[in-house]
Write a new protein. Structure first.
Length: 306
């Protein structure tokens, strides 16, 4: 089990490939933006506008780089279009650098998405929805395992009545202590096995339907993708770097909004065909050893030695 720290975790890999397929279109660049390609904007907030219910929702932007963010010219053109649709006046060129700018987005709120998008039978939207559900299940099984493994450590410790049941091991040796805890976790995996079975039962029909839909899918399509308001967003379509990334203020509440995006079949196929957690060994290794278990054992030993 010691090798579980060096190998790439299955869920970390799935998270990266999901982002690549559905969220991040731009690639990372290192240079300072030039005037020919970018426009400096004093952006202070974002406003999400839901076309379904008409509600709007504001997010404050962190004040990095003296409050100036660099927009690609295509993004400025897109903003002008959205301002137009919202029947608002787009600021004059000189105002962009000088006056606080509100970045406008048009995206369905979670309530409207549940009603209009998640029940969609349209194949492109259905693929996106199924992939999102798959992604949530991938993350959920690992989170459950982390909790159930901690429960197993707790169960083991609650059955210990005398200090020497622990102190007969060399608790000062981190390797021995870690080994001991792993043995206990591995001897109490019933809850994790049940979670893995539930995960399989949820995921298998999703994968089956996705394969069928992808066989008939075109190389690219447009459909809505959920994106959280707490994620940073690049103001450039081509690439992103520190001058284009708008970071929401630290106290931003993460709320999903749904945006129409271009999706590439090859990227989606890559996400769908990734290796997923398939055995109890993989699940336990993926959830991994938790440092807090060591504290739990030491606390118990100290309590019994009092
Ligand atoms: Zn809405």
């Amino acid at each position: 089990m010691a090798e579980n720290n060096v190998m790439t975790k299955i869920t970390d890999n799935l998270l990266k490939v999901y982002d690549y397929a559905f969220l991040e279109g731009a690639t990372y660049g290192f240079y300072k933006p030039n005037d020919a390609m970018y426009v400096g904007v004093r952006m202070t907030e974002k406003q999400y506008n839901c076309p379904g219910c008409g509600k709007s929702f504001r997010v404050k932007i962190r004040n990095d780089n003296d409050g100036i963010l660099y927009f690609s010219k295509s993004r400025i053109a897109e903003q002008k279009k959205i301002y137009d649709e919202l029947d608002m006046d787009f600021p004059a060129d000189w105002e962009l650098m000088e006056k606080p700018y509100t970045y406008q987005l048009s995206g369905y709120c979670a309530d409207c998405a549940a009603e209009k998008l998640l029940a969609s039978e349209e194949w492109g939207q259905r693929i996106n929805n199924l992939c999102h559900e798959l992604y949530l299940q991938d993350m959920l099984v690992s989170d459950k395992a982390k909790q159930y493994m901690t429960d197993a450590v707790e169960r083991w410790l609650s059955g210990i009545e005398s200090a020497d049941e622990l102190t007969r091991f060399d608790l000062a040796n981190p390797e021995i202590l870690q080994e001991l805890i792993w043995i206990m976790v591995l001897s109490d995996t019933e809850a994790c096995e049940k979670a893995l079975q539930e995960y399989r039962d949820r995921v298998q029909p999703i994968l089956y339907e996705l394969k069928e839909l992808l066989e008939q899918a075109t190389p690219a399509w447009k459909a809505y993708v959920a994106r959280s308001s707490s994620l940073p967003e690049s103001m450039s379509d081509g690439e992103y770097h520190e001058y284009t990334l708008a970071f929401p203020a630290d106290d931003t509440v993460g709320q999903d909004f749904y945006f129409r995006k271009n999706v590439e079949k090859s990227r989606v196929e890559m996400f769908v065909s990734q290796h997923r957690i398939a055995s109890i060994q993989e699940l336990l290794a993926d959830a991994g050893f938790q440092e807090k278990w060591i504290d739990m054992v030491m606390d118990k030993a100290n309590e019994l030695l009092k």
